[in-house]
Every structure is written in C-alpha cells, then in structure tokens.
Design a protein around this ligand. Sequence first.
Ligand code: ADP
Length: 397
Amino acid sequence: MYILVINAGSSSLKFQLVNQDTRALVDKGLCEKVGLDGSFLQYGIGDAEKTIDIPLPNHHAAIQAVLNAMLSTDGGSVESLDQIVAVGHRVVHGGEYFSGSVVITDDVINRIEECVPLAPLHNPAGLMGIRACIDLMPNALQVAVFDTAFHQTMPKKAFMYPLPYEFYENLSVRRYGFHGTSHRYVSERAAAYLNKNPDELKLITCHLGNGGSITAIDGGRSVDTSMGLTPLEGLMMGTRSGSIDPAILPFVMKAEGLTAEEVESIMNRKSGLLGISGLSSDLRDVLAAAADGNERAQLALEMFAYAVKGYIGRYTFILGGVDAVVMTAGIGERSADMRALIFEGLEGVGMVLDSELNATGRGEREISAEGSPVRILVIPTDEEGVIVSDVLAILQR
Ligand code: ADP
C-alpha cells in the first residue's frame, strides 16, 4: 500500500509516492506549466526518469496525468489506484483555523476556501489538487498539511501588527508565517542531533531557499517568524524584497504612476537578489558574478547575509539566548560562502563557525567550532517527509 504526497503550486504540481510500511520512495515527479502552453510531466526515479509533453489545462488534468503515469503498463509504479490508501496535500494557508494536519472534510475545504484571499495564488491550486484527488481516488484518505500550522503557537504580541485593531478583527490581518513544515522538521532533527528533548531547547531555524524565513523556536514551539500575512515579509529573498519601509509603496506608486498590483508584483518578482544584482535570483549566479568582481552582485550578497544576521540577532534576544542556529533549504544547506558571510563577526556573541567544517561535509552535521557556546547545524529539510509522517500518524489513530 502507498501514500501519495501532492504539492500543488500556482502553475506546477509536485508529487511523491512512498511505500506505507517502509517509507521507501517509489515514484516522484512534477508537472510544470499547468494551465499554460508547453506543459509537461516528469516522473520516475534515477535512470527510469521520463519527461513527456502533455497538455495540462488545469490541476485536475495534472493529477490525472500523474495517476496515469503511475498506472502505466510501461514501468508504472502501482497496479491499481486502490493501493493508494492516503493522499497528503500541502496547503499553504490555513489561517487561524488549523494548528496541525487534518483529515479533509467538506468543512476543511470550506475553511481553506475562506483563506483564499490570504493566499490568492497558492490556496486555489491546493484546492484544485484536493478536489481532483477526491474525485479520482474517492476511497483514499485525504489529509491537509498546512505551511502556517506550526506558527499558530506564536503569542499575540508577536503576531499582531501595530495597525488599527479592526484590521485584525475584520480582515484577519496578522502575521501567520510560512515554511512551517520545514521549521518544525529541522527543529525536531536538531533536537535529535543534539541528543536533547525539544522542550529544553531554544533554536533559531533559517530556511533559506528561493523564498526564505527564519523562526524562533522555544521548547519546540514557534514563538516568532519572519514571514507575515504573506510570504513577502522578512528576509531579502531570490526575487522578493522582504521587509521595507511601507511608505516606499505609495512613494513609488506616485512617482512612477504604478498601480498597487504593479508594485506588489515588483516586490515579489523583481526585487531581492535579482533586483539588486540585476542579473539573477539564483544565488549561484550571484556568487559567480561577485567572484568576477561585479559590485552589485557583491552588494546583493552582503545585503542578503545582513538581513539573515539581523533576524538571528533579533530572535536571540526574543528567546533570551539560543542553544543552536539551524541552516536549511537550498542556500542554507549548500552555500558555504553564504553561511560564512552570515556568521562573520559573530564570534563575540558566541556563534563560532569552523571554516573547515563549514566548507566540507554533507547531510546533517555541525559546522560550529568545538566549544562554540551556540551550536551551528546544517539540517537538510524534508517537507514531503513531514507530510508522510503526518499522514501515517493520522492513519494510525
Ligand atoms: P525553493 O525555495 O524553490 O524550494 P531551494 O530550497 O531549492 O528553493 O533553494 C534555491 C536556492 O538555493 C537558489 O538560490 C540556489 O542558487 C541556491 N543553491 C542551491 N544549490 C546551491 C549551491 N551549491 N551553492 C549555492 N547556492 C545554492
């Protein structure tokens, strides 16, 4: 029997199929350009990987294509859809309704629908994925795992914005935070690595990918996080500005005659590493250009590290001290150069990086120097793994 994990983005759909008993990965893949021209499906593991061009007008078609590929006589991974006992869906926004993963019912679907205004690109895609799976696999248990759920433990002083209180009451304007499955997973792995109970630890987890967020975790509970009402707040990211003076918006709108949608799009798609370097949102390109002497690329790197350092400092104070800082996601796991920039000069506050350990090694590991008062860990994230664990926990209830 198998568990299917579905991660539906606005124009993509990723999936993984795992064995329910061994948790071994049986199949994985993605549909790109869903709803657009040139859509294709990629699936299979290792040498068996295949790519097929196929029209995917919507997420229903994408899921149908994934299931057909799994069932195909030509090396398909399942014989019958009845072998899929449960489907775990990543859902970006659960608002204040969900503080954990849940079995999807009509009521849950209505609540996810209610959160669409808070995540207008992501939640509709998630809902389409859920509806398609219910339609195509009516006997499988459907489970929703929310990006926002882990952060529901934040105290009110951390999640409220200092705006008129009615914005919260009438419009649900507050900090929600994202990447919750990743922050939760790496914090649990960090506790295991340090051989401690999560209850006894104060951690700062840095999820640095194309999107990035940092979370303060006290005793296993998220107490603050850098993303807010939307994933635009906080760190400078690949194409997102992160936090800026909010008065810049009306200023540039008036000066350049831009609409609200246009400035929102600029802050989401044309800012961050891309906006400053003028070259790329991909850290590898920016690192290469900086090494060639490109000054704007160098500035982008320094600004990125500066933003991360600032949040590590802020959360060290908010937590009243920290046991370990955890680095994860594409940049956090793989860029020794960026990690070195982030921790440069932090020896005086007890965060001592070992440059040799930082530059070498793979997988879960410690990169702080022996005796460093604050430990620094690299923990590869596994958001799909969390979804499988949550589905298994619900199946065993
Ligand atoms: P997403 O948020 O899309 O899941 P990832 O977690 O895959 O993103 O992170 C993507 C980022 O990680 C990109 O900026 C990419 O340049 C960076 N990255 C990946 N591998 C490396 C590497 N070896 N060195 C430096 N940066 C890397």
